[in-house]
Structure formats: C-alpha cells, structure tokens
Design a protein around this ligand. Structure first.
Ligand code: S3P
Length: 172
C-alpha cells in the first residue's frame, strides 16, 4: 500500500494542498489532526488545554502509526509538530512511503497564521511581533526534522503549481 506523507510548519497549507492532490490523484486524504480529534472526541486546542502537550504527542504518534498501517493507499497530512516528536521523523522513509516537506517562507507562514492564530495552541495570544519572532526561531529548530523528508516542494506559489511540482516528484 502506498502512503504519501505531507509535512511542514503550521500554516504552510498542508490541508488545502492535500485536498487538491487527493482530487488530482483520486486517493483519499486523511488529516492527522482531524483523525486525532475524532479519536479523542475533542478539538486539538482542548486536548492541549485539558490533557497537556505530552499526552497530545503520545496520541499523535500512535495515530500516525495507525494511519501508516492502514490497508489502503492514502495521503496523510501531518500536524506541524509531528515529525519533531517521538522519533516520528524515522517513519517518514520506508517501503511504500513518500514524504514531502512543504517548505514555506517566514512571511508566507506569518501572513497565513495571523488570520487564524487563536485556533492554534502554540501561537494563540501572541502579538504580531511576538508571533513573527516565534515562527522564525521555531521553524529554524524544526527544519532539521522537516528535512528528513524524502522530497521538498516550495509552497510560496499557487496551489496548482504546488500540486504540479508534487506530481513531478511522485513521477520521478
Ligand atoms: C502543531 C500543529 C498543529 C497541531 C497542533 C500542534 C505544532 O497542526 O497538530 O496544534 O506543533 O506545530 P497544523 O500544522 O495542522 O496546524
């Protein structure tokens, strides 16, 4: 079974790109955050607030494993932190897996995240200035893990172009 794994920082457009790719390839898309929310019957912010991040990271790891072992081809959209915890980065490479890092500039991330920061536990409550600095440092720290993906595609371009670049990578 083949799994296409999309990863990247919060706000890089994983879900939008995955939905478009899913239509294009006729393969179902499963968003890891949504999968966790259904499994836990709680939204991500409430899981962080009531059970804590360590609990979330455990469930996230378990859920990622479940999706990788699903008996069907699918596109898996990871959460922004997934590759950076519980050795999940080691799961990005393997038989029947193609992982793609959706790489965005700090400006692209800031412009997208500023519109919906209250939904994201890691940046909720920060001022614009604090947010920009947080994104820059956090992205720098996380890049090590994101770069463990098999391929990298720039997302500082239109969704159509991104999907075309992903198709090129998949056919390479
Ligand atoms: C997180 C990103 C979120 C979600 C959680 C933690 C992170 O996913 O998993 O809030 O650590 O970057 P998105 O990247 O889909 O927003």
């Amino acid at each position: 079974m083949s799994k296409i794994i999309l990863l990247g920082y919060m706000g890089c457009g994983k879900s939008t790109i995955a939905k478009s790719l899913s239509q294009n390839l006729q393969i179902p898309f499963i968003d890891l955050d949504n999968y966790i929310e259904e499994r836990e019957q709680m939204d991500i912010k409430t899981i962080f607030d009531t059970k804590g991040e360590v609990y979330f990271r455990k469930v996230e790891h378990q859920s990622f494993l479940e999706l990788l072992h699903k008996d069907e081809n699918c596109i898996i959209g990871l959460g922004g932190g997934t590759p950076c915890y519980a050795n999940n980065h080691e799961l990005l490479i393997g038989e029947g897996r193609t992982s793609i890092y959706l790489k965005a500039s700090i400006d692209t991330l800031f412009n997208r995240l500023v519109l919906e920061k209250e939904k994201r536990p890691l940046i909720a409550g920060k001022t614009d200035e604090e947010m920009k600095e947080f994104i820059a440092i956090h992205l720098f720290e996380r890049s090590y893990f994101y770069n463990k993906a098999q391929y990298t595609v720039s997302v500082d371009q239109s969704v159509e172009q991104i999907v075309a670049d992903i198709n090129k990578v998949l056919n390479s």
